[in-house]
Each structure stands twice: as structure tokens, then as C-alpha cells.
Design a protein around this ligand. Sequence first.
Ligand SMILES: Nc1nc2c(ncn2[C@@H]2O[C@H](COP(=O)(O)OP(=O)(O)OP(=O)(O)O)[C@@H](O)[C@H]2O)c(=O)[nH]1
Ligand SMILES: *[C@@H]1O[C@H](CO)[C@@H](O)[C@H](O)[C@H]1NC(C)=O
Ligand SMILES: *[C@@H]1O[C@H](CO)[C@@H](O)[C@H](O)[C@H]1NC(C)=O
Length: 407
Amino acid sequence: MNLYNKFLLVILHFVIITLLFVAAKDDNGFCDKSGKHCKPGSGEKFLMYDVNPPEGFNLRRDVYMRFAIMLNETQKMGKKLNWRLVLPPWYRLYHWKSGAQNKPLPWHKFFDVNSLKTYVPVIELQEVISNSITPLKIDRLYVLQNYENAFEDGVFHDKWTITDNCKYDGYFWGYNNITVKETVCVNFQGKISKLWELISMHPKDKYVMFSHGEIPLHISYGTKTYWDCRKSMKFNTGLVKTAKNFILQFLDCKIEKCTTYLSVHWRRRDFAYSRGKDVPTLQGTAKQIDQIVKDNVPDIKTIFIATDASETEVKTLENDLKELGYKVHFYIPSKKELDMYKDGGVAIIDQIICSHAAFFVGTYDSTFTFRIQEEREILGFPSSTTFNRLCPDKGKCEKPSKWTIVH
Ligand SMILES: Nc1nc2c(ncn2[C@@H]2O[C@H](COP(=O)(O)OP(=O)(O)OP(=O)(O)O)[C@@H](O)[C@H]2O)c(=O)[nH]1
Ligand SMILES: *[C@@H]1O[C@H](CO)[C@@H](O)[C@H](O)[C@H]1NC(C)=O
Ligand SMILES: *[C@@H]1O[C@H](CO)[C@@H](O)[C@H](O)[C@H]1NC(C)=O
């Protein structure tokens, strides 16, 4: 080999090494194999999302799972190891009426974030913000929108199209100093993993955000993967402790699967007036609960009710049940507890107490009820004690769908 060729070879070598290094940096940053330990500022990338403003807490939990599963599945294949899922703060939820919350609330108020991290590398938005010297500038905000016609040619295809004319209708989780470099409007339908196609068009982006995160669908609803993710969504330990104290003190149970009480999720408010065909009347509710006890757990005399009903409705149901011979309990937070836990934490305490009951009765088509049912599946209750619903006073009463756990 002459000197000239040797020289070329060295140059080539250098070019290849550089290319490899750049590619690796672009793809993985300086992360270890698990992707869980990246050096700060070392090519970490952030996947952010927001949900349609009127959606409630429990649908938002499902949207989280779609994104978490999307990232976990990709990282399982060794890809996108430098990506973090940013937990979107809870802000101005439509159902949170108490006024105890006007600031964005981080996820650790409600969930055990270390447990979330066993499934996917998540990070609180607050942490992303405080790790950066300048106010957060999102590289690209994809505003997702539904197609006008989901079934073109009579079939539902997974697809997306970049369009124009859209407006971001959220509030950046309550932060007024977050800005966006570029907004892209996208009509989207189908599985959430297709979002990677959008992301890959701009490989240099570090902060990528999707609004209307509820539009993309689950990769695998109800599968083992779904349940693995679901199991990692443990609640904040303080909330669990408060719920367990309540169960011990008022419901006379100190084990996981209690035998001492029946629980009801009695969804009222908008359900009472806009879904009259699916829920009992105020007057019909006690009679129905009494019948359910007699048919299923005739020895039980203690009932726990979780509800969003007004105070007068609560009083009415309580009196009706007492007249039928039951001991009735509600979790009513003190002012101090409400300040501390907020409406979101109080609702979670209600859900935890419902989860441990010997028998559970929910409200048809309520995501609040679905999350309780999942919790009971994880606890290992027989499905017959879980997938039960309140019926309308008269007329058809379809059985609730059974989403049983997959191990
Ligand atoms: N504390 C408490 N709050 C409840 C109860 N039921 C409903 N809520 C509140 O109302 C919200 C209901 O909205 P979601 O969580 O979305 O559940 P959903 O019942 O399916 O209602 P939509 O999704 O809005 O149709 C909850 O997040 C709570 O804030 C309850 O039994 N106890
Ligand atoms: C993805 O989920 C599996 C199953 O729960 C888990 O073992 C694995 O560690 C997760 N991957 C990441 C990157 O967290
Ligand atoms: C951005 O706003 C939040 C609260 O809205 C504040 O805590 C934070 O300090 C602000 N950051 C900067 C860099 O101004």
C-alpha cells in the first residue's frame, strides 16, 4: 500500500468514526443501555403532551398509558433510549370545583413517580424547567386533530396528514412562560406509535409536544403490556395511607381484600342529567343498592359511597340507606385535608376505598369506575365482585364490559 492510499484510509477511518459518533449521539445521547441514566444536557429528548381541556382526570390517566406504552415498546427494541416522557401537570380540571387548586400540580401529588419510572423514564415538567437556564422553548408543537371522515372508503386506516389552519387550545399546563418555535397542524387517526413518524421528520428536535393526546389510540388495549403499565401507576403513598386509615377506622378492615363492606361509585352531576337512561334516579338508588346487597353479600351491613353528588343528594341517599338498616360512610375531607390533597387527591382516596371493598358497584361508562375496576383486578378480587353497575330505575340495563387482568 502506498503512502497516498494509507492516507486515504486514515481519512476514511476518521470520517466513519465521526459519522458513527454523530449518529450515536443523535439517536442515543450519552445514555447507558437501559436508557435510564443519561447525563444531563447530553442529548436527552423530551416527549410532551397535552389533553383536550374538558377531559377528566381518569381519561387523562388512560392517555398517559398510551404515551408510556409507546415509549416503553420503542425502548424495548433498543430505540429512542435518550427520550423522556414529560408528565403533564394537572391544571384547571373541569370537575375540580373546590377552588383548592389554581396552580399546576405535579404528578407526585397523586402518583408514586418512582413506580411510574419502573415502566418508562418519566420526568416532571417542573424538573425539565428547572434543569434549563432559559424559559422552556418547545421545538415543535404538533396540534393533532381528527379527520372529518374517519371511515374514508368505509375503512378505518391509520394515517396522518399535515394540514393548515389549527389553533392550540390548551394552556401549556398553566405555565405562561413556555413558548413554541414551530406549530404543525396534523390530522391524525390510528395507533399512537405512528407519532414517531412525525417526530422523525425533525431529528434535531429536543422538546417535542403533542396537543390533543387523546386522539391517538392505544397500541394494545387490555393486553399484558397494558396491564404491566397499569400496575406501575401506583398512587402517592400519603393518599394510600389516608385511605387505609379510613378503612381501618370506619370500615373495620385491615387486610387488602376486605370482607366487611360494599362500595358504590355513585356518579351524579352531568351523568344525572345528561345520561338519565344509564343511571338510577336519586329516589331509586337506595332500593337498588339494598337489592344488590341481598342478592350478593347478604351478611354485609356497611356501605361506602364514593360520589360527586351535591350535599343534599348525599344526605338523601344516606338517610334512605339508614332507613333500610345500613351503616353508611362517605369520605369527607376536612378543610386541611382538602387543601393538602386537592380535589384530585380526595377523588383518589375515594377510589382506593372502593377498590378494597368485598363487593363493588360502579356507574355505567364512567372512567372513574373503570379505574377502580382495574385496581380491583390488580388486587386479585374475583371479577364477579367488580364488574357490577347501577341500573336505571326501569328499562334496559346492559352488563358492563369486563376488562380482566392479563398476567
Ligand atoms: N371525590 C370524588 N370525585 C368524583 C367522584 N366521581 C366523580 N368525581 C369527580 O369528577 C371527575 C369525573 O371525571 P372523570 O375522572 O373523567 O370520570 P368520568 O366519571 O368518566 O367522567 P367523564 O370522563 O367526564 O365522562 C373525577 O375526576 C372527580 O374529580 C367520586 O365518587 N368522588
Ligand atoms: C418496559 O416495560 C417492561 C415490563 O414492565 C419493563 O420490564 C421494562 O423495564 C420497561 N422498559 C423501560 C425502558 O423502562
Ligand atoms: C415560569 O413560570 C413559572 C410559574 O408559572 C415559574 O415558577 C418559573 O420560575 C418561570 N420561569 C422562568 C424562567 O421565568
